[in-house]
Design a protein around this ligand. Structure first.
Ligand SMILES: *[C@@H]1O[C@H](CO)[C@@H](O)[C@H](O)[C@H]1NC(C)=O
Ligand SMILES: *[C@@H]1O[C@H](CO)[C@@H](O)[C@H](O)[C@H]1NC(C)=O
Ligand SMILES: *[C@@H]1O[C@H](CO)[C@@H](O)[C@H](O)[C@H]1NC(C)=O
Ligand SMILES: *[C@@H]1O[C@H](CO)[C@@H](O)[C@H](O)[C@H]1NC(C)=O
Ligand SMILES: *[C@@H]1O[C@H](CO)[C@@H](O)[C@H](O)[C@H]1NC(C)=O
Length: 819
């Protein structure tokens, strides 16, 4: 009998054993003198889980795993020897106080690896799927447990968290492929900086996030999925993790990180004896980073999802056939790449691939027309592809990943020009010449001729009419030059397109608006249209076509940045889209002018309300609290959720604008990038927290941080707030107009969080996710603030828009001295 036949018989036998009766060692334990091997299994006391040998697919590789007893397909939730398969003749037994897997040759392959003790031990499989090594004389003490070694599956009871003491994450990792459980490229872990779960490719590139924990759920996962569970977020001095249980206890549940890079959530359908897919995260397969591999197009609606781009073939045919994650594609023909722009004979050419998303990796940008893009790319041998849009050329020099096919009318679809050997084009031309000779060609020729005749008649009629109309409208039409009309229409479309879905943010390109058009809209930057003076230059109101009002920030020419860098920064800022951020609608660079066009906020900024004796009445407690939460959410997005991790270095009440519904929107974010200064942004996050703390206290008290300086009551608002807090009189800080509407619990939390944010030692200050958690959670326990660093804040008010904002360096230096 061949080897494969032996395996087949064993597999069938195993299936029979698990579905019908258990040929176990008896019970739910492995004790001394007992051995698990081949077909024997142990079953948890309630009959829920089974531990035994299994083999994925028809291979000779066996693993020790745990699976649900009801599941004949043995979908394992945990594997002991993940990276080291054994034969079915191997043995699992206790040895020197450990559970050890020995291979045929009696060599240890895997072990629980705990320090051996003299006491006698036992292994127990529990009904929650946890395999535990216990001390018989003290059974409640697990010397080792499988729950501490996550595999690729979540079942209720598992913790995928962060250990604060060892500073390590528990990580779920996908299988390498459907028959090899060793760790693959996709992993899931907790991001302890904002309490979210994230999916990573190759342990480094993040392609999905659950969004931060916001009190009772994760912000970016559909409620339909989260509502099935009781989710609980735990954070103590040792660890941070989320634990969960299923609401319907009769439900058999499992979710795991699939080889596809998606978390798949299943429940067991007992009638059909099948796992029933409840959801996938991310929802779209093509959102998984590098899912199709290099030079392969991903299409959500086709099967298989991946196909090689023209001029490329699958790297490994077999894996391609399995419709699993692909290793991508390789060229049919090597590139010629001659550095010779005049004579391209026998060189390379570019093939347009239309209606796709552009690759995410390694892009460089440059100005130019599409012809410039083509000639620049063809002159650089390292350039593999280019694309062109209004802001110029993009070039790629490394393998192209994440080419997702879109539909023709998808507004995000782009064209990419891929470099191919000229001979590839020759093939196409040959095919084409055959076509010319065919009968089909003559039929089509006839149709085209007919169509041309009809359209030329239509055109001439149209032009006759148009001529007449233009004459009638006379002089007015002259102002509306063609570029003017074009860019304005573009803005109008952009605005009309409304809210973007999360996954559409990628393709945002803000339109370039010609200066002429802006001069008309602002009446040559007239004073009557001036809205105010911001940190980076004056802001004007502009009225565009159709009455559309837009705020135009005229950046002071102090910014010495080049045109190209400026455009790049603008494109990056435009990608930041959040309901608590002011939206960038367009930009202009012409002559000496650098202009940014933003959505217009009729209610102006927060400081015009809270510090005004009459207007402050309009902001009752509920509105103020919502504004505080909104600002925190906007900052959280800037720091953590957006890819750029922007740190707002000029946060103050005058930079928080209010829309018609009094929703706060942060403005001027990202401008520090344009104005140079490339500080390491991650470390300055807590410093921005201090600006937030100042603003928080200003909002609840209705007082500027500087005003106390003058009155001599105390050093400043922060000092005053601290004094009241110390004397248990924090309620005295409340803006008098809030006395009726105020929720005392929320108010106290605000003051507490505000004081924590301005602590002298940065490590005492909460991170933005924590701020949001503490504010939004009535039961969150808040630590007691120590004396804040208010001495350093003498001259800083979050609203002092004319004064120069403290730079991050100044601030840290001041705080540093204070210690
Ligand atoms: C294991 O076997 C040894 C000798 O065969 C015997 O003395 C001992 O009692 C056995 N232990 C258990 C737990 O059965
Ligand atoms: C994953 O990252 C490592 C470096 O951290 C790199 O050596 C390896 O090539 C990467 N794997 C893939 C498939 O790109
Ligand atoms: C944290 O770890 C210490 C030492 O292991 C332990 O004494 C303490 O109870 C743990 N705290 C919590 C909340 O688990
Ligand atoms: C609980 O789950 C079982 C099995 O999936 C199902 O039959 C039952 O209807 C569920 N009960 C509720 C209340 O959803
Ligand atoms: C191609 O030639 C140009 C000038 O002829 C040179 O500047 C460029 O570096 C060359 N590129 C490569 C990739 O050899």
């Amino acid at each position: 009998m061949s080897n494969l036949a032996v395996i087949l018989v064993i597999q069938l036998f195993c299936l029979f054993v698990t579905t019908n009766f258990s040929l176990g060692t008896g019970g739910d334990t492995i004790s001394a003198n007992q051995t698990l091997s081949g077909f024997s299994t142990i079953v948890s006391a309630g009959g829920v889980f089974v531990l035994g040998f299994f083999s994925p697919g028809l291979t000779e590789n066996f693993y020790v795993g745990i699976w649900y007893q009801v599941d004949p397909s043995r979908s394992v939730i945990w594997i002991a020897n993940r990276e080291k398969p054994v034969s079915y003749q191997s043995q699992l037994r206790l040895s020197h106080g450990n559970l050890v897997l020995f291979n045929e040759a009696e060599a240890p392959i895997w072990s629980t690896n705990v320090k051996s003790t003299n006491s006698s031990v036992q292994v127990v499989l529990k009904d929650d799927g946890n395999l535990a090594l216990i001390d018989i004389s003290n059974p409640s003490n697990n010397l080792w447990q499988s729950f501490d070694y996550p595999f690729h599956t979540f079942v209720p009871g598992y913790k995928i968290g962060y250990n604060k003491i060892t500073k390590t994450h528990q990580v779920l990792t996908s299988w390498k492929n459907s028959t090899d459980p060793s760790p693959g490229l996709y992993s899931l872990q907790l991001d302890e900086t904002d309490n979210s779960y994230i999916l990573l490719w190759n342990r480094s590139i993040r392609y999905w996030t659950s969004g931060p924990w916001i009190g009772h759920k994760f912000s970016s996962v559909s409620s339909r999925i989260q509502d099935m569970y009781n989710l609980r977020f735990e954070s103590n001095e040792n660890e941070t993790y989320v634990s969960y249980s299923v609401k319907n206890i009769t439900m058999i549940h499992r979710s795991f990180l699939d080889v596809s890079g998606q978390v798949k959530i299943f429940d067991w359908h007992s009638a059909s004896k099948k796992w029933n897919l409840l959801g996938s995260l991310p929802i779209q397969q093509c959102e998984v980073y590098a899912f199709c591999g290099a030079y392969s197009l991903c299409n959500e609606k086709s099967s298989p999802f991946c196909r090689c781009s023209t001029g490329f073939k699958p790297k490994f045919q077999s894996e391609w056939d399995l419709k699993e994650y692909s290793n991508g594609c390789i060229r049919n023909t090597e590139l010629h790449c001659r550095n010779d722009s005049d004579d391209n004979v026998g060189g390379d050419e570019f093939l347009e691939i239309a209606y796709i998303t552009l690759p995410k990796n390694n892009q460089s940008l440059r100005e130019g027309t599409i012809q410039d893009c083509a000639s620049t790319c063809s002159r650089m041998c390292s350039c593999i592809a280019y694309a062109h849009n209004r802001s110029g050329c993009s070039f790629w020099t490394e393998d192209l990943l994440n080419l997702n096919e879109l539909t023709v009318n998808d507004s995000n679809s782009k064209s990419l020009f891929i470099r191919l050997a000229a001979s590839e084009f020759q093939d196409h031309k040959n095919k084409a010449s055959e076509f010319w000779k065919s009968k089909k060609f003559y039929v089509i020729l006839g149709l085209v001729a007919a169509a041309m005749l009809i359209s030329s008649i239509a055109c001439s009629v149209y032009y006759q009419r148009r001529k007449k109309r233009t004459k009638n409208q006379g002089n007015e039409m002259k102002i509306q030059t063609v570029p003017l009309y074009d860019t304005e229409k573009q803005i109008a479309n952009f605005i009309r397109s409304g809210q973007f879905r999360e996954d559409e943010r990628e393709g945002i390109d803000v339109p370039f608006v010609v200066l002429e058009s802006i001069l008309v809209a602002t009446d040559n930057f007239s004073d009557t249209n001036k809205l105010g003076q911001g940190g980076f230059g004056p802001v004007y109101k502009g009225k565009f076509q159709g009455g559309q009002e837009i705020a135009i920030k005229r950046l002071s020419s102090a910014s010495g940045q080049g045109l190209e860098e400026f455009k790049n920064e603008v494109m990056l800022i435009a990608k930041l889209q959040h309901r608590n951020l002011v939206r960038l609608l367009g930009y202009c660079v012409e002559a000496e002018e650098k202009l940014l066009l933003y959505e217009y906020m009729p209610n102006k900024s927060l400081d015009t309300f809270i510090f005004d004796g009459t207007l402050c009445v309009l902001l009752n407690w509920q509105l103020r609290f919502d504004i505080i939460l909104g600002i925190a959410k906007g900052l959280l997005y800037l720091h953590h959720d957006s890819r750029l991790r922007i740190i707002h270095r000029d946060l103050k009440t005058s930079n928080v604008l209010l829309d018609v519904e009094m929703n706060p929107k942060i403005s001027d974010f990202g401008l520090a990038r344009i104005f140079g200064g490339k500080q390491t942004e991650a470390t300055t996050g807590r410093v921005v927290g201090t600006y937030f703390g100042v603003m928080l206290l200003e909002i609840v008290s209705g007082k500027r941080n500087t005003s106390f300086h003058k009155s001599g009551q105390a050093l400043n608002l922060l000092g005053y707030a601290w004094k009241l807090w110390k004397d248990n009189k924090a309620l005295d800080l409340m803006d008098a107009t809030l006395s009726e509407s105020c929720n005392v619990n929320e108010f106290m939390r605000c003051v507490n969080v505000g004081l924590l944010c301005i602590q002298e030692d940065p490590s005492d200050r909460p991170t933005m996710p924590n701020v949001l958690f503490m504010l939004g959670n009535e039961t969150a326990s808040l630590s007691n603030p120590k004396q804040p660093a208010f001495v350093a804040w003498k001259s800083h008010s979050s609203s002092a828009s004319s004064s120069k904002p403290l730079s991050v360096n100044e601030l840290t230096a001041t705080l540093g001295q204070g210690r």
